[in-house]
Design a protein around this ligand. Sequence first.
Ligand code: ATP
Length: 244
Amino acid sequence: MLELAGLSMRYDMGGRPVSALDAIDLACPAGSLTTVVGRSGCGKTTLLRLIAGLQRPSAGEVRGRPDRIGYVFQEPRLMPWLKVHENVAFGLSQSLPATTRHARVSEMLEQVGLTAFADAYPSALSGGMASRVAIARALAPQPDLLLMDEPFAALDAFTRRSLQAELVQLWQQRRPTVLFITHDVEEAVLLGERVVQFSAGRLVGTHGVDLPYPRDPTDPDLLHHRRAVLARLLQDPHSQDARP
Ligand SMILES: Nc1ncnc2c1ncn2[C@@H]1O[C@H](COP(=O)(O)OP(=O)(O)OP(=O)(O)O)[C@@H](O)[C@H]1O
């Protein structure tokens, strides 16, 4: 179980304190898929960085942080001088035997449908393919916790849809705990077992989505959940300019 207890982050902006996160309490059971939704600047990236241990909180703590954490950024951040298979292998421990490393990379490339591009350089990939490589790289070390910071935000709607479906499949096969950040309410309810709503650094609501996977984005039940999540966000005085 990953637990956030009173997690707060205050930045100093030229002597003026800026509260990016305010006393966040949240528990994520092992193997759960939680989406976090909120408008730009509400503290979502700060939340992931604190959970990953990349930053120290001003107050509160992260409990139950596993050793193996995968992180997927909004941009794929591949290393252009390395081939696709070398990018995927990058996060694997050097202490693993070469045969295990090779097998892990091959398996991940197969799962994201990029076996034929193993020897390509990132410059030869489309945006969607590069995102797939970034997901394969994060999953190759078999993380217990997968942190995803708006990984599909820059993709076209068709590519985003297929990557959303692939992510759900990968999660169901391996069951890491997933925290998926998005500003898109539709994506949040399509993917999450539970949607956590953020506004101005505060957790303002959690909403369970009790629908089976794979989910159909046109399912009227999903629309019902989307409305409920959006209504909670719009209720908040800090979220007046949020849009569906
Ligand atoms: N290093 C920093 N120094 C000062 N203020 C910061 C720093 N990083 C973030 N902030 C502030 O903290 C708040 C939350 O930022 P954060 O990047 O976590 O939000 P976000 O929800 O991820 O935004 P977006 O969706 O646009 O990426 C913002 O007001 C931002 O200006």
